[in-house]
Design a protein around this ligand. Structure first.
Ligand SMILES: [Zn+2]
Length: 215
C-alpha cells in the first residue's frame, strides 16, 4: 500500500462545491521486469520528502522488497511532470535511478526545468515510441500537454487519463485539474473506448486498486 490523500469527491470531479462525499487519492507506480532482466519503472510517485501528502512515498522500500536497488532500474518512464508522478526521481539534487534512461515526452519537458538534475539521463520522445523491449509509450495529452500512457502486452498504465473509477463508467465526467479539459475529455473517451474494445488490463495511478480488468 502506498500513500493516499483525501479530497472532496464532487468538487474534484464536477466542479461543484459540496461537503458530502470523500475521495481517497492513492498513488501507484509500476515496476516491469522482463525475462532478460530489463527493469522499467513507470512513474516515481510523490517521493520520500513530500510535504503535501499525509504520508511519504514508499517507492524505494517497495523496490527493495522486490530485491532490486535503484541502480538496477534500466528505464524510468514518467507519465507526466506533476510532483505525484516524478517526485521520487531526484533526491538531494541527484538522480535516484542513476543508471536509467528517463523517458519523457518533448511536449511535457519543453515548458519546465524540473528534471534538470537528470538531464544527462533524459530520453525525450515525440509521440508513440518503443522505449524498452516490448514497452511502448503513447502520447495521451490533455491532463498535461505531453502526458503519456504506457503499454506492455495487454497491460496499459493510464497515468492521469483517468483519476477515478467513475470515469471508466462514464468517460465524459471531467476532473477539475485537467490542464486542457476538452482535450483531456477527448483523450479519455478515445482511450477508454480502445481499452474496452481490446479488453485490456489497466494499471491506474490513483484508483484504490492499482489493477483493473476490462476483459
Ligand atoms: Zn496524478
Amino acid at each position: 500500500m502506498g500513500p493516499s490523500l483525501r479530497l472532496p469527491f464532487l468538487e474534484t470531479f464536477l466542479g461543484a462545491e459540496a461537503d458530502e462525499g470523500e475521495w481517497i487519492l492513492h498513488f501507484h507506480c509500476f515496476l516491469l521486469r522482463d525475462r532478460q532482466g530489463h527493469v522499467t519503472l513507470v512513474d516515481t510517485g510523490i517521493g520520500p520528502t513530500s510535504t503535501w501528502a499525509p504520508a511519504p512515498g514508499a517507492l524505494l522500500s517497495e523496490l527493495a522488497a522486490t530485491g532490486l536497488a535503484p541502480g538496477d532500474v534500466d528505464t524510468v518512464i514518467i507519465t507526466h511532470l506533476h510532483s505525484d508522478h516524478f517526485g521520487g526521481t531526484i533526491a538531494d539534487g541527484q538522480p535516484v535511478f542513476a543508471n536509467a534512461r528517463h523517458v519523457v515526452q518533448r511536449a511535457e519537458i519543453e515548458a519546465t526545468s524540473v528534471l534538470d538534475p537528470v538531464r544527462e539521463l533524459l530520453d525525450v520522445v515525440d509521440g508513440d515510441a518503443e522505449v524498452a523491449p516490448g514497452v511502448v509509450v503513447r502520447l495521451t495529452p490533455g491532463h498535461t500537454p505531453g502526458h503519456q500512457s504506457v503499454e506492455v502486452g495487454d497491460f496499459t498504465m493510464i497515468g492521469d487519463v483517468l483519476h477515478h473509477p467513475v470515469q471508466l463508467a462514464d468517460p465524459t465526467i471531467r476532473y477539475v485539474y485537467d490542464g486542457d479539459a476538452d482535450l483531456a475529455a477527448k483523450t479519455r473517451l478515445d482511450l477508454v473506448g480502445r481499452l474496452r474494445a481490446e479488453g485490456r488490463l489497466l494499471g491506474t495511478s490513483h484508483f484504490p486498486e492499482p489493477f483493473v480488468e476490462l476483459g
